[in-house]
Design a protein around this ligand. Structure first.
Ligand SMILES: Nc1ncnc2c1ncn2[C@@H]1O[C@H](COP(=O)(O)OP(=O)(O)O)[C@@H](O)[C@H]1O
Ligand SMILES: [Mg+2]
Length: 548
C-alpha cells in the first residue's frame, strides 16, 4: 500500500495512502523512516514518525507494511544495546557515520552468527504455536526456539546441529518454513497458559526494600521521587544486584551520559549471584533525552516484549524503566500533536488505562512450553516539582504492588536510598510470608513490625525533644531514639558507592537482629540501674553490641 505525504508537522505526518490499518507500521519518505498509523480519516491517514523528520518533504512516498510495529525475538538479544525501535546501537554507531540509518536497514539480530542447536522434536511430530522446537546456548541460558504464533502442522524436517537465523530451523509438511526467530507486535502482550499469583520474593540487595517493602518476583513497584532523590542510582543498583536471571533496563528520556556510564560499569562488574559480568545478563533499551521523543513512547513496549520473550523460556526477568514519566510526556506530546482532547495536566484521557495495561504485562506465568517464568517491573516516576498528586504517579499507584516513595528531605540529609518508611508500602508482604517463614522462622515479620514501631515512636519523640531537648527525655526514650538512629544510619541507609551497596538476605537479617538484640539487652540493663551513658558506649553490656 503506497501513497504520498500530504502534510508534515514535527513528527506527525499525514498521507493520502488508502487502505492503511490503524497501528500499521509504515515507512515514510525516501529515507524510509519508521512510523505508525495513529489515526485514519476519510481521505487521509495520520502517521506518528519515530525518527527525526527533518528534511522530509511533501509528496515523498509512504509505504504500508501490512504489519504492526514489531520486535524481533530470537537468540542474540541478550547483552544487546538497542534503541526504542530495537535498532542495535553498536551497529548504528559503527556503520552509519554521521547519519543514522533508518530502522528498515538494520536487523536487531545477527543473521551471520552460528548457533549450536539441540532439537527436542523430530520430523513427523505435530507442532503448535509456542511449542519448543529445541534450544541454543545463549550465555548461561538455554535459549528455547519456540514455534512462532500462527504456525501449526506436522514437521517434515528439523535442523539437528548448527543453525543460522537467515535460514529456517525446520519446515512443515505443507512447506511452511519455520524461522529461528519471529517478529512480535510490541503492543500485544505475549500469550501464556496460566497466570499465577506472585509467591517468591525478589531479593534486590537493598535492605529497606527487602526488609520493609518487599517486592515479589512477577510483581510491580513504582519509585516516585523528585529531582536528585536517587531514582537512577537506585534503579541501577537494583539492576546490578537483583536476584533474577535477566534484567531489561530501559533508559527512557533521561540523560545519555548516565547510560554510557552504566554500560561501562556493567561490562566490568560481576553479578553477585553468578559471578558473570553484569552485561551477560542485561538487555539495554535506551531512548535518552537527546533521541527522538516519539520513539520513547514505543520503547517501553519494545522492551517489555523482549522481557516477555525470555520469561516464556521459564526465566526470571526484571524490567526497570527510568523513568516512566518521560514515557508519559512522550505520550502527551503525541496526543497533543493529534489534537486529542486533553485530560488532567494535558495528558491524554487514556493515560491511566495505557499505564495499567502496560503494568499488567508483569506477572508469574506458565507459558505455552509449560515453563513457569516471571516478569517483574520496577518503574521510576519523576513527578514535576516532587508533587505526588500528579496524574502519572497517581495512575501508577493504582495498579502497582509496591510504592517506594523517594523523599527529598531524606535525600537532602544524604540518607540513601531515600525511601520514606512511613509513606511507602508493599502489598506483597503477606504473600511472601510463607516462604520467609521457611527461610528463617518468623523472624522477618517480627523484626519488621518492631522496626516500624521503633521508627514510628522516634517520630513522636523527636517533636517532644524539639521542645524539651534530648536531655529532657526519659532514659528509655533516649535509648529508643538512639536505636532508631542506628536503624536509620546503619540499616536503612546503603551507600551505592561502597561494598555495602549490596546486602544479601542473611546480612540484612543479621544487622537488624544485632540492633534489636542490643535494644533488648540495653532496656534490661537500664531497668537494672546501669546508667544510660554506659549503655550507649557499649560498656554496660554483656552480650555483643551492634555490628560496628
Ligand atoms: N544509594 C546512594 N548512595 C550514595 N549516594 C547516592 C545514592 N543514591 C543517590 N545518591 C546521590 O544522589 C545523587 C542523585 O541521584 P540520582 O539517582 O541521579 O537522582 P535522580 O535520578 O532521582 O535525579 C547521586 O549523584 C548521588 O550522589
Ligand atoms: Mg535520574
Amino acid at each position: 500500500m503506497t501513497g504520498r505525504i500530504t502534510g508534515i508537522s514535527g513528527p506527525t505526518v499525514s498521507a493520502d495512502a488508502a487502505g492503511l490499518k490503524l497501528y500499521e507500521r509504515v515507512f515514510v519518505g525516501h529515507a524510509m523512516l519508521t512510523g505508525e498509523v495513529v489515526r485514519i480519516e476519510k481521505n487521509r491517514s495520520v502517521i506518528q514518525v519515530y525518527e527525526n523528520t527533518r528534511g522530509l518533504a511533501v509528496s515523498e512516498p509512504v509505504e504500508g507494511t501490512g504489519t504492526p510495529l514489531t520486535v524481533r525475538l530470537g537468540p542474540g538479544i541478550l547483552s544487546g544495546i538497542f534503541d526504542g525501535l530495537q535498532r542495535p546501537l553498536q551497529t548504528l554507531r559503527d556503520e552509519s557515520g554521521p547519519f543514522i540509518k533508518t530502522a528498515k536497514a538494520l536487523n536487531p539480530l545477527d543473521f551471520s552468527r552460528q548457533w549450536a542447536f539441540h532439537r527436542l522434536i523430530k520430523e513427523g511430530d505435530t507442532l503448535h504455536p509456542g511449542d519448543i522446537i529445541g534450544y541454543v546456548r545463549e550465555g548461561p541460558f538455554q535459549h528455547t526456539i519456540l514455534c512462532p504464533p500462527h504456525v501449526q502442522g506436522k514437521l517434515s524436517w528439523v535442523a539437528d546441529k548448527d543453525i543460522r537465523l537467515d535460514s529456517p530451523v525446520g519446515a512443515l509438511e505443507d512447506g511452511t518454513e519455520i524461522p529461528g526467530y519471529h517478529d512480535w507486535p510490541v503492543r500485544v502482550r505475549r500469550p501464556f497458559r496460566k497466570k499465577r499469583s506472585p509467591s517468591e520474593r525478589l531479593v534486590t540487595g537493598q535492605r529497606v526494600i527487602d526488609f520493609l517493602f518487599p517486592i515479589a518476583r512477577g510483581g510491580t513497584a513504582i519509585m516516585p521521587g523528585g529531582f536528585g532523590t536517587g531514582k537512577t542510582i537506585l534503579d541501577q543498583s537494583i539492576a546490578k544486584f537483583a536476584d533474577v536471571d535477566i534484567v531489561v533496563y530501559v533508559g527512557c528520556g533521561e540523560r545519555g551520559n548516565e547510560i554510557a556510564e552504566l554500560i561501562e560499569e556493567f561490562e566490568l562488574l560481576k553479578d553477585p549471584w553468578t559471578n558473570r559480568t553484569l552485561m551477560e545478563r542485561t538487555i539495554l533499551c535506551v531512548n535518552t533525552s537527546n533521541m527522538p521523543v516519539a520513539a520513547r513512547e514505543a520503547s517501553i513496549y519494545t522492551a517489555v516484549s523482549m522481557a516477555e520473550y525470555y520469561r516464556d523460556m521459564g526465566l526470571h526477568v526484571l524490567m526497570l524503566a527510568d523513568s516512566i514519566s518521560r514515557w508519559a510526556e512522550a505520550l502527551r506530546e503525541i496526543s497533543s500533536s493529534l489534537e486529542e482532547l486533553p485530560g488532567e495536566e494535558g495528558y491524554p484521557t487514556y493515560l491511566a488505562s495505557r499505564l495499567s495495561g502496560f503494568l499488567e504485562r508483569a506477572g508469574v506465568v506458565e507459558s505455552g512450553g509449560g515453563k513457569a517464568g516471571s516478569l517483574s517491573m520496577i518503574l521510576s516516576v519523576s513527578p514535576p516539582g516532587g508533587d505526588f498528586t500528579e496524574p502519572v504517579t497517581q495512575s501508577c499507584l493504582r495498579t502497582s504492588g509496591a510504592f517506594l516513595m523517594l523523599d527529598t528531605a531524606l535525600a537532602h540529609r544524604r540518607h540513601f536510598p531515600a525511601i520514606n518508611w512511613f509513606q511507602s508500602f508493599s502489598l506483597y508482604g503477606s504473600e511472601l510470608l510463607e516462604q520467609e517463614r521457611e527461610m528463617v522462622p518468623l523472624e522477618w515479620e517480627e523484626a519488621r513490625s518492631r522496626c516500624k514501631d521503633i521508627l514510628q515512636k522516634e517520630e513522636g519523640l523527636r517533636e517532644v525533644a524539639e521542645i524539651v531537648g534530648v536531655e529532657g527525655l526519659q532514659d528509655p526514650d533516649r535509648l529508643l531514639m538512639h536505636v532508631a538512629e542506628t536503624i536509620r544510619l546503619r540499616f536503612l541507609s546503603q551507600n551505592a558507592y561502597t561494598e555495602d551497596a549490596f546486602s544479601a538476605p542473611e546480612r540484612t537479617l543479621s544487622i537488624i537482629r544485632g540492633i534489636l538484640d542490643f535494644y533488648d539487652e540495653a532496656s534490661k540493663r537500664l531497668k537494672e540501674g546501669i546508667p544510660l551513658e554506659e549503655l550507649l558506649t557499649g560498656k554496660g553490656l554483656r552480650g555483643e553490641g551492634i555490628e560496628r
